[in-house]
Design a binder for this molecule. Structure first.
Ligand SMILES: Cc1cc2nc3c(=O)[nH]c(=O)nc-3n(C[C@H](O)[C@H](O)[C@H](O)COP(=O)(O)OP(=O)(O)OC[C@H]3O[C@@H](n4cnc5c(N)ncnc54)[C@H](O)[C@@H]3O)c2cc1C
Length: 438
């Protein structure tokens, strides 16, 4: 049978590869590095997988970390500005954070155990041309930094020409985790956003932080000042930012113990969100497709990049399976049709991300204000926040915002019972240091 080549062993490449393998298609993944190297490397991100991605993971039988001890059961949203407000909504379908240094190597092992071929081969343009002759189709899944220049930027879908935020992400110590497990989004007008969560890491479950600083703001110092130049001084700045802009997190900090968990557990940088064409012709007449961040790079502010990458991988897999089944060529017509389906799968995530990067209009503030006063509305917001289609339709206009609030208030929507939320220690995890904060 015709084989498919995938360049890049990240989330999009592995979800695509595992999905094709499950249909009996021979797949080779070309990985830049041995999965072991990734395990020992620097924190690459702090990724939340939401319920649609988790459903795909169950379908692929790679949901190795889920369970009551790891599932994120609620989301706190705090607007910390002149008009402060706070809410905590309960997630009907929990999200999960797993350190990608655990996640991606484990999925690469699953891929091999199920008959996939994994070759360690950093691929450049010349190598790609060669691979395109070996496989019926080669898909480029090299993330936002690899081989992207093959795929032209689409200006009308890419409103950003420079980074919208300066980023700092880290695993932390000295922050009490919340009970039940939750995440907090601090939205700080004029400054950016601070996200605090709990992530399954090789050290067990630990607190994590993502700073999204607006360039030019006070908080931007966390993006412009290098952490490794003076870690202690940087941690003092970080602590001060939590005190000023994220009080619901700061109240659980023990300043004497606070800091980055270990020297490889931080990441700093900035990148420009972009939508690229999802296919490219090669000089040998073959066509290659792009998936994941190589196709669409979103800012992490909405926690959607990997979720969209997975959705897009499944959309592309469906097109590949269809073409193989009907013995159709992987030509330009295939690429255009596949791109349309992939964009349909990821466009809501991109639109939601770009919306969140802008100051909220008054009707969105009204929805958040209603959520701060009524638990049912808070639950509705938290659940919609993870699902771009739902939140975009709620926030689309003053009328849709009012309809969303009314729908959440409807008695037909029962709030979740309190016993649905509970603290479940990981095996061997000490519960004592994590005071039960409600
Ligand atoms: C701080 C931060 C927080 C984030 N939080 C979230 C979140 O909460 N939720 C969410 O959904 N997304 C989040 N994201 C985005 C998410 O990390 C990406 O969208 C996702 O990892 C994209 O998957 P991918 O497979 O396209 O690329 P990657 O996961 O980056 O994988 C690309 C792979 O290709 C390999 N590669 C690169 N070049 C080559 C080459 N030349 N040859 C062979 N292999 C190559 C790389 O080694 C890597 O293994 C976050 C990102 C950051 C930076």
């Amino acid at each position: 049978m015709a084989s498919i080549g995938i360049v890049g062993a990240g989330t999009s490449g592995l979800h695509l590869g595992l999905k094709l393998l499950s249909h009996g298609v021979p797949v080779t993944v070309y990985a830049e590095q041995d999965p072991e190297k990734l395990r020992a490397g620097r924190l690459p991100n702090t990724v939340a997988h939401h319920s649609p991605t988790r459903a795909r993971e169950r379908e692929l039988d790679v949901d190795h970390w889920g369970g009551p001890h790891a599932d994120i059961q609620y989301m706190g949203i705090h607007v910390n500005g002149p008009q402060s407000l706070s809410m905590r909504g309960r997630l009907e379908k929990p999200s999960i954070f797993v350190d990608y240094r655990l996640y991606q190597p484990k999925l690469a092992e699953d891929f091999v155990a199920r008959g996939g071929r994994l070759e360690v081969l950093p691929v450049d343009g010349a190598v790609l041309e060669g691979l395109s002759l070996k496989h019926a189709l080669v898909v480029v899944a090299t993330g936002r930094n690899g081989l992207t220049s093959l795929f032209p930027r689409i200006p009308e879908l890419s409103p950003h020409t420079k980074p919208a935020r300066l980023l700092f992400a880290a695993l932390l110590k000295g922050v009490q985790m919340q009970d039940p497990l939750g995440m907090n989004a601090h939205l700080v007008p004029g400054q950016g956003e601070i996200f605090e969560a709990q992530i399954v890491s090789r050290q067990g479950r630990v607190p994590s932080i993502l700073i999204e600083a607006l360039p030019g703001s006070d908080m931007a110092v966390l993006g412009t000042r290098r952490y490794d130049e003076d870690p202690r001084a940087y941690e003092a700045l970080l602590l001060d930012a939590l005190r000023r802009f994220a009080p619901a997190t700061y109240e659980r900090v023990n300043p004497a113990e606070f800091g980055v968990l270990s020297p490889m557990d931080w990441l700093q940088g900035a990148f420009t969100p972009v939508v690229r064409r999802a296919w490219a012709p090669l000089s040998n007449g073959r066509f290659v497709m792009a998936v994941g961040d190589t196709h669409v790079t979103n800012d992490p502010v909405a926690g959607q990049g990997a979720n969209a990458a997975s959705a897009s991988a499944f959309a592309l897999a469906a097109r590949i399976l269809d073409a193989l089944g009907r013995e159709r060529p992987f030509d330009e017509a295939f690429c255009r049709a596949a791109e349309e389906k992939m964009w349909a799968a990821v466009a809501p995530a991109t639109n939601w991300t770009n919306t969140l990067l802008q100051p909220p209009p008054p009707h969105v503030v009204d929805v958040l204000a209603a959520g701060s006063q009524e638990q049912r509305v808070a639950d509705g917001i938290a659940n919609a926040f993870m699902l771009p289609e739902n939140i975009l339709s709620a926030f689309a206009s003053p009328e849709s915002a009012a309809a969303f609030i009314a729908q959440q208030r409807s008695p037909a929507r029962e709030p979740l019972p309190p016993e649905a939320l509970a603290w479940h220690p990981l095996p061997g995890e000490a519960v004592a240091p994590m005071a039960r904060v409600r």
